[in-house]
Design a protein around this ligand. Structure first.
Ligand code: B12
Length: 510
């Protein structure tokens, strides 16, 4: 039965936004008219403020679609100021009620409810239908689990909704075309902007098997769900495979599937079933994220046989910083061993390091470099700048110890927009410029390790690291060209990919 209320759900700078899709789908199934709006897309280290033309296009679209209530998906805290600005503009021009959902209001509900009329906190895949049904009936949504409401200065803070059974969550809707729009500059394009992407992304689980890393959002979502049931949930293989059967019919260009799970489930029985069903019914190569504590030869061998092409794995920092600050009990030996397994099975690996933290000493940086030099080549090395998310254990500790100020925390700060992936030309102390250049050189297959050790020992670059940075930039470009060449051969290079990653103002290193 179709319902009266006309809803818009807006994604900020993410064409793939799972949150928007997971909200829009059950609402459509419940009979609502839902307009999905993809308001601009991200570019590595660049999230420019929306132009007047773009804001007007958004307002006109909302008016043309006769929207009754506007939902913003505020996934990352760095969007706080922008979401507030857009909320005020929409309210001023159209006088519509505004709802915020996503990780940011889940992290900082009090701050967000002072701006929006309603917020959702936590997962609301089913609860979102209860929320809109309440409004549709003309009732006040002041007691719907999963949602907070503000009436003037009075805030109604409801309990969170129960955790969802992932096998009962409908697949993200890729079949609706007419109710989706992408706004970029003066152009408003109708249709799903992600349907032609050669990389299909999804999650096989929600939560994390570890939950402890102090920099991560999961340390905040875990206590939120205390007493609410099993927190780390894995979808059934059947549910996953059926999703891909559905998606393959609509997203015709899928060349690779990327599982975005924090840690891909490496459970024995699950993998045995996956190995049987994935190649037979999906047959598309895939990539996953793994944790060094979990990597073992057998499960990865099965995944390789099922089509596993590449893995991403976090090194993060030195053993000391991982333990003392990140509450991450991984050892260098586990990391070395994991990389040996990837090599043995011929699985491409991209290893990740978090830089720019306020606690690593020179000895920590030295030990990270030594570890990277010891890793069996080849591998890609992704360098990230530490982004401090609000309310995390790390944010609270660094504040307490006077190592950061509120301005360094996302929401006030926007680090994720500027230096999420490390850019060698970003202003940093000399010592860090040298370390980063050395790290970029350390994994380049065309430079011998003896040569990199010589550069490391040179006193000259300690005084002036600039020539080293130039060399690292040049070798990085050569390495990147090889990587992109490989992707091009597989038909995976698209204008979207180039737009997102080739930001001349901030070149990614790998
Ligand atoms: C996968 C992922 C990505 C993928 C997105 C893939 C995709 N298809 O969506 C990519 C790589 C693109 C990405 C990019 C970024 N990400 Co990210 N990402 C994640 C990850 C691991 C999972 C997100 C996800 O899909 N969850 C499943 C969906 C269904 O859950 P959800 O988004 O929370 O949505 C639910 C509710 O929140 C709510 N909801 C969401 N939106 C709305 C809207 C309305 C109106 C309503 C009512 C409800 C609602 O309902 C949904 C269903 O229950 C999370 C970590 C995590 N565990 O959440 C980080 C995470 C969200 N990312 C984060 C960040 C910082 C970023 C980037 C800024 C990094 C960067 N600089 O590039 C960008 C931002 C992109 C953008 N423009 O939003 C941080 C945000 C932390 C913070 N407080 O700032 C997180 C939490 C990671 C972390 N380590 O803590 N990310």
């Amino acid at each position: 039965m179709s319902k009266k209320l006309r809803i818009a759900v807006i994604s900020l700078y993410a064409l793939e936004n799972n949150g928007v899709r997971h909200v829009a789908t059950p609402l459509r199934e419940a009979g609502y008219s839902v307009t999905e709006i993809y308001f601009k897309d991200w570019v590595n280290n660049r999230f420019p403020w929306p132009s007047e033309e773009e804001v007007n296009a958004l307002i006109t679209l909302l008016a043309d679609r006769r929207i009754d209530i506007v939902g913003f998906s505020v996934r990352a805290s760095a969007f706080h100021r922008m979401a507030k600005y857009l909320t005020e503009r929409v309210r001023h021009e159209l006088n519509l009620p505004i709802l915020w959902g996503g990780m940011h209001p889940t992290f900082l509900p009090e701050r967000c409810i002072s701006i929006a009329d309603y917020i959702s906190v936590g997962e609301v895949d089913h609860a979102v239908v209860d929320f809109f049904d309440t409004i549709e009936r003309g009732e006040r949504a002041d007691s719907v689990p999963g949602f907070w409401m503000r009436d003037g200065d009075t805030v109604y803070r409801n309990d969170i909704a129960p955790l969802v059974d992932l096998n009962e969550v409908p697949f993200r809707d890729f079949h609706t075309e007419d109710d989706k729009f992408h706004i970029e500059g003066s152009v408003v394009t109708q249709g799903d902007p992600f349907i032609t992407n050669p990389e299909y992304t999804l999650l096989a689980s929600r939560g994390c098997p570890y939950w402890t890393c102090t920099f991560c959002s999961n340390t905040l979502t875990k206590p939120l769900y205390d007493g609410k049931g099993k927190k780390f949930r894995i979808r059934s293989v059947e549910h996953l495979v059926s999703e891909l059967e559905y998606a393959k019919k609509l997203c015709k260009d899928i060349k690779v599937v990327r599982f975005d799970d924090e840690v891909f489930p490496l459970r024995k029985g699950w993998i045995a079933e996956f190995k049987e069903k994935w190649p037979a019914r999906v047959g598309i190569p895939f990539e996953v994220l793994v944790d060094p504590r979990m990597v073992a030869y057998e499960p990865l061998k099965h995944l390789k046989e099922a089509g596993l092409r590449a893995v991403c794995m976090g090194i993060q920092a030195s053993e000391r910083v991982n333990k003392e600050f990140y509450n991450r009990n991984t050892t260098d030996e586990q990391i070395l061993n994991a990389q040996r397994i990837f090599r043995k099975l011929d699985i491409d690996s991209s290893l990740q390091i978090i830089w720019d933290d306020p606690v690593s000493e020179e000895e920590d940086k030295d030990s990270v470099f030594r570890l990277v030099m010891e890793l069996e080549r080849p591998f890609n090395l992704y360098l990230f700048g530490l982004t401090i998310y609000p309310n995390t254990h790390l944010a609270r500790r660094l504040l307490r110890e006077g190592l950061i100020t509120e301005a360094d925390i996302e929401g006030v700060g926007t680090h994720a927009f500027e230096q999420f992936r490390v850019d060698l030309s970003y202003p940093r102390p000399k010592a860090d410029q040298r370390w980063l250049a050395l790290l970029v050189l350390a994994n380049k297959p065309f430079l011998s390790k003896e040569f990199v050790w010589k550069l490391y020992e040179s006193e000259r670059f300690k005084k002036d690291p600039r020539p080293l940075t130039h060399l690292a930039t040049a070798t990085n470009l050569a390495h990147m060209a090889g990587f992109v060449g490989k992707m091009a051969m597989r038909g995976e290079v698209t204008p979207l990919l180039i737009k997102r990653w080739v930001n001349p103002g901030s070149l990614v290193t790998m």
